[in-house]
Write a protein that binds this ligand. Structure first.
Ligand code: C2E
Ligand code: CA
Ligand code: CA
Length: 291
């Protein structure tokens, strides 16, 4: 995989964007998706972003990829909205793009051209870049907020968490990184750290999302800690855009069954199976997984 391969991939648009659902922990409603890019490499097959985004960030190629993902995600958003699916769309923005003063205007123009309201778009920025916090970056982040976009602080807990630096920053959302979610159920220190992050996030007026929830105990812990939204394999894997509606149908069917059962205490429905919840959903109604 080289720089030249990336140039070709951008020119020929060899990228595909998958979408991973996020669920409101209180209502269990499907409220939002995160757009995650994959590279359909002609020889290597599907290449995941951890393998090519860092390479792209070393050159201008990252801007080409950001543009492709933004267009695909906004187009998908508009299509879902026309079908009555009013989801927030979260899009990862590389820190390298936060050096471009035209970024707020560019994204504003794009969302206008796809007819997607800015308040339905959340831009995810990793904590590592935030900690560099130059005056220019702050200006760009404020510019995005002025245009009406949501701003998420991504991968919280992986960098040198310097919460003092967050004071006055315009983030609307905090995303707790999956590494911490995974250890929080077994490690008391991590649990306390995560709990503190949730509290701080709320104090700063952000809603808090737990990423990488793989098991029911993790879901239960993050809900109990007051996380507002959850995302992870336990709920759904990232999937192609055209599978989201089918997934939602199964999700709603499942929720309806669980609700009916609670209401009527229908003995035909096995409660253990029902409360095997999201995992169970995925095994009852298998979808095509992307890994
Ligand atoms: P991220 O922003 O932290 O995204 C979450 C990653 O965790 C995704 O990996 C997702 O598939 C994975 N994930 C979700 N739920 C679970 C779970 O329950 N367990 C585990 N083990 N993993 C889970 P993915 O798609 O491979 O993306 C990796 C990273 O690449 C992303 O991390 C993000 O930093 C970057 N990335 C992805 N798409 C884009 C993009 O369009 N632009 C930019 N600049 N970066 C992107
Ligand atoms: Ca992200
Ligand atoms: Ca992460």
């Amino acid at each position: 995989m080289s720089d030249a391969d990336l140039a070709i991939a951008i020119r020929e648009n060899q990228f595909v964007v998958h979408y991973q659902p996020k669920i409101d922990t209180r209502t269990l409603e499907f409220v939002s998706v995160e757009a995650l890019v994959r590279w359909n490499h002609p020889v290597l097959g599907v290449v995941f972003p951890d393998r090519f985004i860092p390479l792209a960030e070393q050159s201008d190629h990252i801007h080409g990829i950001t543009d492709i993902v933004l267009r695909a995600a906004l187009d998908q958003s508009a299509e879902w909205r026309d079908l009555g699916l009013n989801l927030r769309m979260s899009i990862n923005i590389s820190g390298a793009s936060l050096e471009d003063p035209d970024l707020p205007e560019q994204i504003h123009e794009l969302s206008k051209s796809f007819n997607v309201p800015a308040d339905k778009v959340v831009l995810e920025v990793t904590e590592t870049w935030q900690s560099q916090d130059t005056a220019a970056t702050t200006l760009i982040l404020n510019g995005l907020v002025e245009k009406g976009f949501g701003l998420a602080l991504d991968d919280v807990g992986t960098g040198h968490s310097n919460f003092a630096k967050l004071d006055g920053m315009p983030y609307s959302e905090m995303k707790l990184d999956k590494t911490h979610i995974h250890s929080a159920t077994v490690d008391e220190e991590t649990r306390q750290f995560i709990s503190m992050c949730v509290e701080l996030g709320h104090e700063m007026g952000m809603y808090v999302v737990a990423e990488g929830i793989e098991r029911q105990d993790q879901w239960e812990m993050m809900s109990a800690m007051g996380c507002d939204e959850g995302q992870g394999y336990f709920i759904a894997r990232p999937m192609p855009g055209d599978q989201i509606q089918g997934w939602l149908k199964r999700w709603n069917t499942y929720l309806g069954l669980a609700e009916n059962h609670q209401r009527e205490n229908d003995p035909k429905v096995n409660l253990d199976e029902m409360t095997g919840t999201f995992h169970r959903l995925n095994s009852i109604f298998p979808t095509k997984l992307d890994i």
